[in-house]
Design a protein around this ligand. Structure first.
Ligand SMILES: NC(=O)c1ccc[n+]([C@@H]2O[C@H](COP(=O)([O-])OP(=O)(O)OC[C@H]3O[C@@H](n4cnc5c(N)ncnc54)[C@H](O)[C@@H]3O)[C@@H](O)[C@H]2O)c1
Length: 447
């Protein structure tokens, strides 16, 4: 990693207009593969993780008329069978390593919708095979993984998209433009919050349940250390609460809710982060967090920017600190910008509200040409072109949020961050959480 990335990003700011995200140049399919790999003009997709959000991703990507769903992979055979019924001609796999070994020449692009800890291994394997990737949010479980994915995608000029589909909503895109047009002046503070609680304060699970015949537990664990299966504790969804697999509420809702402030203010890496939460248990994420960050100033902020994330019972923040009309209640999930001229409240996902001198003022969302988040990526795969939340954007956003997840293991301590060196400079033990060791046998080239 050079020490120029963040300054390069600043230099490329002029590419960012009206909320269209920074996106490295990408190559169209015809230049990515040998001619015989492009069957007519159809994009042959492989989908890794097809239950939960993976099912939604499968439906959304395949709703593009030029997509041919070609491979499906899931460690749960019941879920795989359901997806296979919809796409009977797609080959099915339980191990994505086998999928790449057998089908690398028969697929053009890959969608990754697994739990967070498996995003990077699957996405990196796809990039290693020169495949464009649509990857769910947060881009990765660890900071190092996000950095590596971004660098390789940029180096290979592969079209990528992080699964923050609300970044393509009129409310989020329009608010980005309003902020950049200076509706509330330069922004000095951002408050972001979600009432959700993806924490767990209990001990490590004891005992063992029989592994369902339908689940490849060892493959589900993937890069994480082996441990006994416990029913309902990991698969499905509950993995979010656990530090080895998920990223807590900040990595879950935070990625959506923090997107507009991060994008609109063209933030880079935070200078530091500090979390107020309960002491760590080594098992689950805290149930409520207040994560404070400072970001270096940009064209749209004051000299520095103060950023406060709160979740669980710590959300929403105390409304009395904002100059809002009595009638306004803070929603359960939102972003709030404090600017030199006023305040903008952006509920998740609804129209923004602007307040100047404590009074609500009418605002109209700008009319923008907004693309379907999934189809934009498919079109970029087929023809080249930008995507709103490429890994060039999603990588740094994820890195910034994950620093807060690292900080919740060191409550009350300021973690000073050197993004270029990818290091916490004042707390060496925190650096062990920047890059995770992968389990033997599950290593992936490039990670
Ligand atoms: N963008 C959004 O709005 C949104 C919404 C929900 C979830 N998500 C993201 O989607 C991802 C999945 O979340 P979920 O709620 O659907 O989780 P889930 O546990 O319900 O589903 C995960 C799916 O992946 C499969 N899987 C697990 N490990 C696998 C592996 N190694 N190989 C192949 N398949 C594997 C599971 O069997 C399951 O089908 C997460 O990263 C989450 O953050 C995004």
């Amino acid at each position: 990693m050079t020490d120029t990335f963040y300054s390069q990003q600043l230099n490329r700011r002029d590419l960012l207009k009206t909320g269209v995200a920074l996106s490295a140049a990408t190559l169209p399919l015809s230049q990515l593969h040998s001619a015989n790999a492009v069957e007519g003009t159809r994009l042959r997709t492989a989908h890794i993780g097809v239950g939960g959000m993976g099912g939604a991703d499968l439906n959304s990507v395949s709703s593009h008329s030029q997509v041919a769903v070609t491979a499906l992979c899931d460690v749960d055979s019941t879920i795989l069978a359901e997806a296979s019924q919809k796409f009977p001609s797609a080959k099915t796999y339980s191990d994505f390593r086998q999928l790449f070994a057998e089908m690398a020449d028969s697929i053009d692009a890959v969608v990754v919708s697994t739990p967070d800890h498996t995003h990077a291994p699957a996405a990196m394997m796809a990039l290693n095979h020169n495949k464009p990737v649509y990857c769910q949010k947060p881009l990765t479980h660890d900071i190092y993984e996000a950095r590596q994915l971004r660098l390789l995608a940029e180096q290979k000029q592969l079209p990528t998209q992080m699964g923050i589909q609300v970044s393509s909503s009129p409310q989020y895109r329009g608010t980005t433009q309003l902020i950049q047009e200076g509706v509330i002046g330069k922004v000095s503070q951002v408050y972001v919050w979600s009432h959700k609680n993806w924490g767990y304060d209990g001990p490590a699970f004891e005992g063992e349940d029989p592994i369902p015949e339908t689940l490849k537990w060892d493959l589900w664990l993937g890069t994480a250390a082996a441990r006994p299966y416990k029913k309902g504790k990991y698969h499905r969804s509950q993995w979010r609460r656990l530090i080895d697999f998920g990223t807590g509420t900040l990595g879950d809702m935070g990625v959506h809710i923090c997107d507009t402030p991060y994008r609109a203010l063209q933030l880079t890496a935070p200078s530091w982060a500090k979390t107020t939460c309960r002491p760590p248990t080594g098992v689950g994420h805290p149930e409520q967090n207040l994560v404070e960050y400072e970001f270096p100033g940009t064209d749209f902020t004051t000299e520095t920017l103060s950023w406060k994330w709160s979740d669980g019972a710590a959300a929403p923040p105390d409304r009395s600190q904002f100059n809002l009309p009595e009638s306004v209640t803070l929603p359960n999930q939102a972003a709030l910008f404090v600017g030199e001229k006023g305040t903008l409240l952006l509920p998740h996902v609804a129209d923004p509200q602007v307040f100047i001198d404590g009074q609500s003022i009418p605002v109209e969302l700008p009319k923008l040409d907004i693309k379907n988040h999934y189809h934009e990526w498919v079109d970029a795969c087929l023809n080249g072109g930008p995507t709103i939340s490429s890994f060039s954007y999603g990588g740094p956003l994820t890195e910034a949020l994950l620093l807060g997840v690292v900080a919740n293991r060191f409550p009350g301590q300021v973690l000073k961050w050197d993004a270029d060196q990818m290091q916490v400079t004042n707390l060496p033990e925190a650096n062990e959480l920047v890059r995770r060791n992968y389990r033997e046998g599950f290593e992936v080239h490039g990670l």
